[in-house]
Each structure stands twice: as C-alpha cells, then as structure tokens.
Ligand binder design. Structure first.
Ligand code: HOZ
Length: 426
C-alpha cells in the first residue's frame, strides 16, 4: 500500500538535509519514518495519510491551548489582515511587553525576538556585556538553543572549560563555557571558587525539559541564586519551555527564585515564532539603543506572531485554566504509573505542571547520568506501540511531553488504555 507519508519523506530527503527542518523530527532516535502532519484541531493531529493521533508534543510546547484554538486563529487572521510586518513598533508589542512584565515578576523590561535560541543567545551576550566577563556556566543535558557558546559538552575534568558538542563550533568559543552537573550545588560552588571572577552568567532550565524531564532538587535553584549574587554573575533562567507551562508566573514563581534575566518562547507565541528575554532594568538598559550591547531582528515583535501569543496568554489567564490542565496532566501520569506497576515494569513517570517525563527505569531520575541509564530500546518499542494505537509522543526518550487544555478526560482515558496495550506488547 502506498503511503503519502513515505512519499513525502522520500521527496523531503532529496531536498532537505535528513528530510526535516529540525533534527529530532527525523525519528532517527526511535527508527522509522516521521509522520507528516496535514492538520491539527484541539488535542489531535492528522497525518498525510489521514490517520489521527492524540498529540503530546504540542509543537514542542507552544500549543498549551491545543491545536487551532478558535480565539488564536481569529486573532491571527485579524492581525494578518492589517499587515504582516512593518519593521517598526506596533501596539501589540507594547501590550505583550506589559503583559509579560506583569505576569513574570522578575521581568522589569523585556525585548521580543523570534525564537528561543535568539532569546538565550541575546541574554548571554547581554550578561557578558553587563559584567565585562567572558565565561558562562551551563548544566549538562540542559538545552538552550543552538548558539555556539551553548553547544558545548563537559571538558576533561569537572571544573575545566568545555569542548564543542557540534562540529563548526570553534574551541576558542567553547573554551569560555563550563559544563556542570544539574542538581549538583557543591560542584557549582567549587566552580565559582575557582573561576568566580571570570563568570558572566549561569544559565539553567529551572525544570530541565531537554533531557526528558528532570525536576530541580530541593535547594538547587536557591544555591545557584545565592552563588550568582555572591560572585556578581548574572542568573539566567531559560524558561522557553517552562514559561506559562508549569505555573502562570513561570518556574521562578513555582520555586520562588528571582533570576536576573529570563528567556521565554514557545507559549508566548502560541504556535508562531516569538521569543523574549528580559529582567532587571539595569541590565536590560545595556541593550542598544540604550546601551552598547547590540541585538536586533527584522521580524522581532512581528504583529501576527504577537497576536497569536497575546490570544494564548489571554486563554491561560482564564480562571481555573491551570488547575484543570495540571489535574489532567496528573491523571495521565498517575494512570501510566499504575499501568506499569500492575505489570511490574521498570517504568516511572512524573509531571511538573503540564510538562511530563516518561522513563524506562525504576524511579524518576534526578540527573543527566541517571536519565541516561533508562532503557532506550524499551522506550522506542513503547513509542511505536503508542503510535500504532493513535498516540503521538515525542520521538525521543530524552524529550519532555506536553499536555494542553484541549486534552480532556476522554483523551487521557484513551491514552492510558493505549499505554496498557502498549506495555503488554513490549
Ligand atoms: N528544540 C526541540 C527539542 N527540544 C525540537 C524542536 C523541533 O524539532 O521543532
């Protein structure tokens, strides 16, 4: 039988590297051919062959209100009819900045960009420009987009500067990035003791969502805050994933920690390209045109993208939005854990707000090393067994999952039933 998906993948591979515009979409980790999606509505997507799936990727996080929410679509249509782009300021950008500074309490001033990568890259340059220092600390397994300084893996020793994790990143750049273990506050303290006067910034995902899902250990985020304050380094919370996902005020509100700078993306664009970075006014005032740190973008604050983001942020502010979303996410995770326990499988799952992690190991992991010990083959079999049963999970054992407000009790029940059958098939 001919499959339109397979035809599209063959055509795509002839003209697009790997057939995809972002590598994890290629299904290399799980095997098989990626699904090409033709449409999405509420919690479901439909592929090129007309098969429907309950979607737990949600465009990798942005679609907190589900696919094609009518309010978002009408906001986009209205904005598009008024002009697609001006390269000049518009009222919507001001409304978005007012909203973000109101909802995320550490953000006194904010600049809009077009992606999470741009947000982290710009925040980092700003931190370096503000402190006059070159070095950066990140944590292994945290992903902050694909800027050169951030595609770095640990060096030869715990406290030595890093090496490129991608070809094309010069060592001259990676030598300024120190890669430490997530949830290891002592290692961070040692790093500051050794290199403190060189460190411009510590960047961290307050809930790590790019090595599956790892929650911060009690005290870890506070230790980072204290060390940054003590040593004059800028604390950057990368909330591209967690912003408006784990709490209405971001992970910083959930854990009660005030970063100096925050990066946002995903939900604030509602499915269109919007990123943002912002924080302390004295730091943000170093950005051009006020200060000497350069940053710019032709489509920054694009009116159509910002309209989608504003409409989405209006939805999440409706009374009871997060209570219901988190309750449904909790029910999903509880159902999956119970199904696995009944079968005595080495499996665990957890959620923080509407982000979740599934692990083919006993007990939830607390570090990159622990998550790496999970059984990837078992995940890959589970992934395909779920796909066959109409459930679309992230095609990698090391990505977080996302629930939207369009996932109701019926979708959760259907997913748990599919998981029971998938577990039995492993
Ligand atoms: N940055 C995403 C993984 N954490 C992948 C984005 C995509 O493929 O769209």
């Amino acid at each position: 039988m001919t499959s339109k998906n397979d035809d599209l993948f063959a055509r795509a591979q002839a003209v697009i590297p790997g057939g995809v515009n972002s590598p994890v979409r290629a299904f290399r980790a799980v095997g098989g051919a990626p699904r090409f999606f033709a449409s999405g509505a509420r919690a479901r997507v439909v592929d090129a062959d007309g098969r429907s799936f309950i979607d737990y990727v949600g465009s990798w996080g942005p679609l907190i209100a589900g696919h094609a929410h009518p309010d978002v679509i009408s906001a986009v249509c209205e904005a598009a009819a008024q002009g697609l782009s001006f390269g000049a300021p518009t009222e919507r950008e001001v409304r978005m900045a007012e909203l973000l500074t109101r909802l995320v309490s550490s953000m006194e001033s904010v600049r809009l960009v077009s992606s999470g990568t741009e947000a982290t890259m710009s925040a980092l340059r700003l931190a370096r420009g503000f402190t006059g220092r070159p070095a950066l600390i990140k944590f292994e397994g945290c992903y902050h987009g694909h800027a050169d300084s951030l595609l770095v893996k640990a060096g030869s020793g715990a406290l030595t500067f890093g090496a490129p994790s991608s070809a094309g990143v010069p060592e001259d750049i990676s030598k300024h990035t120190l890669v430490l273990d997530y949830n290891d506050a002592q290692q961070l303290e040692d790093a500051f003791a050794k290199h403190g006067n060189q460190i411009a910034a510590v960047i961290v995902e307050p809930v790590a969502g790019n090595m599956n899902l790892i929650a911060p250990a009690p005290g870890f985020l506070q230790a980072i805050r204290d060390l940054c304050t003590r040593h004059g380094a800028v604390l950057i919370f990368d909330e591209v994933m967690t912003g408006f996902r784990v709490h209405a005020g971001g992970a910083q509100a959930l854990y009660g920690i005030k970063p100096d700078l925050t990066t946002l993306g995903k939900v604030i664009g509602g499915g269109l390209p919007v990123g943002a970075f912002g924080g302390r006014r004295d730091i943000m005032n170093r950005i051009a045109p006020l200060g000497p740190v350069y940053q710019a973008g032709t489509l920054s604050g694009n009116p159509v993208a910002v309209a989608a983001g504003l409409a989405t942020l209006e939805l999440v502010q409706q009374p009871g939005f997060y209570e219901r979303l988190f309750r449904n996410t909790g029910a999903l995770i509880e159902g999956l854990n119970q199904a696995a326990q009944k079968r005595k499988l080495a499996f665990s799952a957890q959620h923080v707000g509407s982000m979740f992690g599934l692990y083919f190991r006993s007990g939830v992991p607390g570090s990159y090393a622990e998550v790496m010990q999970s059984d990837r083959d078992a995940f890959n079999r589970f992934f395909h067994a779920m796909l066959d049963r109409g459930i679309y999970l992230a095609p990698s054992a090391f990505e977080a999952g996302f629930v939207s407000s369009a996932h109701g009790e019926a979708e959760i029940r259907e997913t748990i039933a599919a998981a029971e059958a998938a577990f039995d098939s492993l």
